[in-house]
Design a protein around this ligand. Structure first.
Ligand code: AMP
Ligand code: MG
Length: 466
């Protein structure tokens, strides 16, 4: 079974405040014409001790952004730069969001509540600072499904519909508006470091490194790694470990994020900021999610390479504090860590216990080949394989000698896999858009959570928690 989020008392800790002067700008939320609660995360609200809020108080905090007790006195729009489709952009930053609050969980780890669609900030450029309700619904679905599939992801904490009419090029317009609150271990992006390099703010970067090491505990660099006592080097090792696992987890989930820009990479190793994402309808390395990704830069099969490239940009920024060789040594761990994570997670999704020390890439290749040949959707393939209904000879042979994991025996007797292909997402949205009917959405969330329960705890590298 999946361990549910651990309940904790509300423990505010605005740990960012000593960095706030140079890390962000105090802002105010937009004054929305309406605030209608559409989703509150009744699993994760407990983890930060906010489950006792009634709906009115919830709306006051997550629709009107009344400060939480002993927390940030004012929302903070974070400053950052980033590579967007490999082009450096110093003009970005939180253009439609801000950091709202920080709390400790039951294990003492720091968690942030950040927003999307909460209004304009100094970084909005020509944008309206808003989020569409469809965008919010898509982010809820993506985060719930990714969590079920064992991906370390931000959680959607709250969605409140805000009663505005938005104009968007990629949705029939006018379209409904919403404000979303996201729960994640920090909002420190690779682009946050890139900005400090660009401004040559060495002291600030050292402070930020210390903040990350203290806030998001990870493992120590391997024995013998050069410069392993230096904070910047330690941080890069941790980030590389987490990002290799993250990239692997998307691949095993059959997920295409769509926009792997450096401002969308969290040093905590959580995936976040879900825009044009898709799940694979078939095993296809060249499958692209974003309609504007003409070159296929962030296609399904290129995601590990994109994440590795982004880690390289973080290393470039950390050169402000450390020499190149120890940073390069950390980067070089990405490939082997990625392979090990793919193999480990592949077994998890198949419901078998991994064997031996070396990653069994032959098993992965046999399954990939079977999917490629049959054109079957990955969700269906894994569902069938996990239920022991394999009809591909090479996969059967590759699986010979594997023991079913404990959980395999509990695999629930459901004929159809739970999937989240684009047609179903559009159908769920049509019911909301056309008839304000949220039932298909709610049923989907229930089914996804059952899938997560049935799959159980995913294998994670040490130092990681859900
Ligand atoms: P994204 O592609 O969503 O990661 O956004 C890239 C940058 O554009 C970030 O700095 C966002 O805050 C900003 N941005 C995206 N949409 C809007 C919007 N509607 N209004 C203002 N800024 C936005
Ligand atoms: Mg973003």
């Amino acid at each position: 079974m999946r361990t549910e989020p651990q309940a904790a008392p509300y423990r505010p800790d605005p740990a960012i405040l000593p960095l706030a002067d140079w890390l962000g700008d105090p802002v105010a939320a937009a004054d929305f014409p309406e605030t209608r609660l559409r989703y509150r995360n009744d699993r994760w609200d407990r983890a930060v001790g906010l489950d006792s809020l009634d709906n009115d108080a919830w709306i006051a905090h997550f629709g009107r952004f009344a400060a939480l007790p002993d927390n940030l006195p004012q929302p903070l729009a974070l400053r950052y730069h980033g590579h967007q489709f490999r082009v450096y952009n110093p003009e970005i930053g939180d253009g439609r969001g801000f950091l709202f609050a920080q709390m400790r969980d039951s294990a003492g780890r720091l968690l942030d509540l950040g927003t999307k669609g909460s209004g304009q900030t100094p970084w909005s450029r020509s944008g309206d600072g808003r989020l569409t309700l469809k965008g919010a619904v898509r982010e809820i679905l993506a985060t719930e499904m990714l969590e079920a599939l064992g991906v370390y992801t931000s959680k959607t904490f709250s969605v409140i519909e805000t009663g505005e009419q938005l104009e968007r090029g990629d949705e029939p317009s006018p379209t409904r508006s919403a404000v979303l609150v996201r729960l994640s271990h920090g909002h420190v992006r690779f682009g946050t470091f890139q900005r400090l390099l660009a401004l040559e703010q060495r002291d600030e970067m050292a402070q930020l490194v210390d903040y990350c090491l203290a806030s998001f505990p990870g493992t120590e660099p391997p024995a013998g790694a050069p410069g392993r006592d230096e904070p910047a080097v330690r941080l890069l090792h941790q980030v590389v470990e987490r990002m290799a696992d993250l990239a692997a987890s998307w691949m095993v989930a059959g997920f295409v994020h769509g926009v792997l820009n450096t401002d969308n990479m969290n040093v905590s190793g959580e995936s976040f900021d879900y825009g044009p994402w898709r799940w694979l309808p078939r095993w296809d390395q060249s499958f692209t999610a974003a309609y504007f990704d003409h070159g296929g830069l962030y296609a399904f099969g290129r995601q590990p390479e994109a994440v590795h490239w982004n880690c390289g940009q973080l290393a470039v920024a950390l050169r402000l504090l450390a020499d190149a060789p120890p940073l390069i040594a950390a980067l070089e761990r990405f490939g082997p860590l990625y392979m090990a994570a793919v193999a480990r997670r592949w077994c998890w999704r198949l419901g078998v216990t991994p064997r031996g020390q070396e990653p069994d890439m032959a098993l992965v290749a046999a399954c990939e080949n079977a999917m490629r040949t049959s054109g079957e959707a990955p969700d269906r393939f894994f569902h069938r394989a996990r239920a022991g209904r394999i009809d591909d000879q090479a996969v059967s042979e590759a699986l010979a000698g594997y023991d079913p994991a404990e959980l395999e025996r509990q695999w629930w007797q459901q004929e159809e896999p739970v999937s989240l292909l684009i047609d179903e997402v559009e159908t769920i949205w049509s019911a909301i858009a056309g008839r304000d009917d949220w039932h298909p959405f709610e049923q989907k969330i229930d089914a996804i959570r059952q899938l997560g329960q049935a799959l159980g705890e995913p294998p994670r590298p040490s130092g990681h928690a859900g």
